[in-house]
Design a protein around this ligand. Structure first.
Ligand code: FAD
Ligand code: NAD
Length: 550
């Protein structure tokens, strides 16, 4: 290595007296471009392995950091204000991430002791991603904070905003008939981030017969039911009609949840089920039912058309302008609007029904709304002002799907709202600290008499008062839309991306799918989640999806 370098140095810097004669007598026209080419590869190789080493170092550091929580978290301090956070979803967890917990006694209440990365939930229904890969334990999140955070695995039952108390009920699995324990938690500040529940619009038979897709148990139930239907349909003594019914999955709701689930299920069938259980191949069918004239109504027109074309090519039947009116144990009754505007009743026998028609308000939120006069006219959730304070209350904030704002109920909105509140609480704590410092300085000024010491103190008071004014001037919440993404099957995705302020860039296809995957990997909560999801994708590429029932 040394000798090569030496040679190169000699060649690069010939003695001045040699220079002319060498170039005249021995021109080496081939040598220079060759060297430049090798130089290019050498640089590329160096950049590659340096970035690889850097990435591995970053991953290793992150894993070490998450596996070694803080040894000495400060215990709760009764002299500080108590902030109660309800929920462990997108809104609440991004608030927890941002807030400096050493300024408050933070109490988190949620029946779910983990954060769930919902964008990959449809992939869990078919085993493209394993459910544990998209869950992050709340204990891991709070143990890495500056000060101790109290967590209760419980559900808020009622909120007394005037007397500043929340009644919570134990959410640990109770045996039949057992009454849950209750606890009353007092608060100075409250953040409500309990999300929403599935809407059924009170349609008869939905609650009893449909499966939903909101939480991890829902995805697990769907995965089991898909295999149950397929295995039952493989019984030789079933008549043709029953067989076809069991192999028919109906997805109601053509929003992103319905579309992504239908796409994942059809992929599962095409890539794996058909291979391992060929008997079902000719009768397996997925139907997507949507009341509006098209699926994905919130996406741009060309993406809607592309999605519908693509899904039809994947052999997913799409029934638009079809509103489900009633559900029985094995049949869906819907009203379809024909092109001439007349209505007809359609009956669809099904084996699996997945209901994805959007959000409804949770009972605890509905009960709170009924107690606040300013909330009486709201139907979709809590009305909040531009600082996310619940209208008609003081010291009570709300984030995410439990609010009714001008924004769509998405993870993007909830996490930006949570993060905004985290910053706001840090600012409030800083303001309080400054106020206390000013009070102390004012006392000092009184006792320090006349002279230079006093004017020094007065100067400091003035400085801190200016800083306090700046700290107290809170900015309202502003949402920054990054775009919308949806998986539409066969390794294709659609994306409406925000560009230059209000601009929009609509794209769909296989490249968008690569972008979809990269975006979701980068958004996964922790390094553990990122690595597990990547490994799941790799596993499915190599071995295919698992077709066992559990
Ligand atoms: P959630 O994340 O739902 O969290 C609510 C929390 O409150 C949970 O921890 C829950 O256990 C807890 N809770 C419930 N009841 C109580 C109670 N009584 N007391 C205390 N805690 C309670 N959005 C996107 O932007 N991009 C996507 O790709 C995307 N994909 C999605 C895919 C699916 C399948 C679904 C269902 C949604 C998807 N969304 C997506 C929407 C997104 O998940 C929601 O908008 C987001 O979760 C809302 O966050 P949140 O914090 O308000 O509520
Ligand atoms: P949604 O509200 O977006 O869509 C529900 C659909 O169901 C609507 O199009 C509605 O017309 C239809 N519907 C309602 N009642 C019906 C009936 N009786 N018969 C037939 N169709 C009926 O619901 P969603 O897809 O669950 O999404 C909820 C929220 O989560 C949305 O804000 C969505 O943007 C977000 N989300 C985003 C993504 C993503 O970005 N990839 C994925 C999932 C969910």
């Amino acid at each position: 290595m040394f000798s090569t370098t030496g040679l190169r140095l000699q060649q690069q810097a010939p003695r001045p007296d040699e220079q002319k004669s060498k170039s005249e007598s021995e021109p080496e026209p081939e040598e220079a471009p060759k060297k430049r080419r090798w130089g290019f590869w050498r640089t590329t190789w160096r950049i590659t392995y340096t970035s690889l080493l850097g990435t591995l170092g970053y991953i290793a550091y992150n894993i070490y950091d998450t596996r070694h929580p803080k040894a000495n978290q400060a215990p709760p301090d009764p002299s500080k204000k108590t902030l109660v956070i309800l929920g462990s979803g997108w809104g609440s967890v991004s608030l927890l991430k941002k807030i400096d917990t050493s300024n408050y006694n933070v109490v988190v209440v949620s029946p779910r002791n983990f954060f769930l990365f919902t964008p990959l939930l449809p992939s869990c229904t078919t085993g493209t991603v394993e459910h544990r890969s998209i869950m992050e334990p709340i204990r891991g999140i709070i143990r890495n904070k500056q000060s101790d955070v109290t967590y209760y695995e419980a559900a808020a039952h009622s909120i007394d905003y005037e007397n500043r108390k929340v009644v919570v009920r134990d959410a640990v699995n109770l045996s039949d008939g057992e009454q849950p324990d209750e606890k009353v938690i007092p608060f100075d500040y409250l953040v409500i981030g309990v999300g929403a529940m599935n809407s059924t619009f009170g349609i008869q038979g939905v609650q009893e017969n449909a499966l939903f897709l909101k939480d991890i148990q829902d995805a697990q139930k769907i995965r089991k039911k898909v295999m149950d239907c397929i295995e039952s349909a493989s019984f030789k003594n079933l008549d043709d009609e029953d067989r076809k019914r069991l192999l028919h999955t109906v997805v109601v709701g053509g929003g992103p949840t319905g579309v992504e689930f239908a796409a994942e299920l059809q992929d599962f069938f095409e890539d794996d089920l058909k291979k391992w259980i060929p008997d079902i191949a000719k009768d397996f069918k997925v139907t997507l039912v949507e009341a509006l004239p098209n699926v994905l109504p919130s996406f741009s027109k060309q993406l809607i058309d592309y999605t519908e074309r693509q899904m039809k090519a994947e052999k997913i039947s799409i029934l638009t302008k079809t509103m489900v009116k009633k559900v029985t144990e094995d049949t869906i009754i819907a009203e379809a609007t024909k092109p001439d505007g007349t209505k007809e009743t359609v009956e669809m026998p099904y084996g699996l029904l997945v209901w994805a028609t959007g959000n409804a308000v949770r009972p605890v939120v509905r009960e709170l709304m009924s107690k606040i006069p300013a909330q009486k006219n709201s139907r979709r959730g809590l009305l909040v002002n531009e600082y996310l304070v619940v209208e008609g209350t003081e010291g009570v904030w709300a984030v995410g799907d439990c609010t009714a704002t001008k924004y769509a109920p998405t993870a993007q909105v909830a996490s930006q709202q949570g993060s905004y509140l985290g910053g706001l609480f840090n600012q409030l704590a800083r303001a309080e600290e400054l106020e206390n410092e000013i009070k102390k300085l004012e006392k000092n000024a009184e006792s320090s008499g006349e002279g230079s010491k006093r004017s020094e103190v007065l100067n400091e008071i003035e400085l801190k008062t200016k800083r306090l004014r700046r700290t107290k001037s809170l900015l309202p919440f502003e949402y920054s839309h990054q775009g919308s993404l949806a998986y539409i099957g066969s390794d294709r995705a659609v994306a409406d991306l925000a560009v230059f302020g209000d601009g929009n860039f609509a794209t769909g296809g296989s490249l968008t799918y690569i972008f979809w995957r990269s975006a979701y990997i980068s958004m996964c909560f922790s390094m553990r989640n990122k690595v597990l999801v990547l490994l799941d994708w790799l596993k499915v590429k190599v071995f295919g999806r698992d077709v066992s029932r559990e």
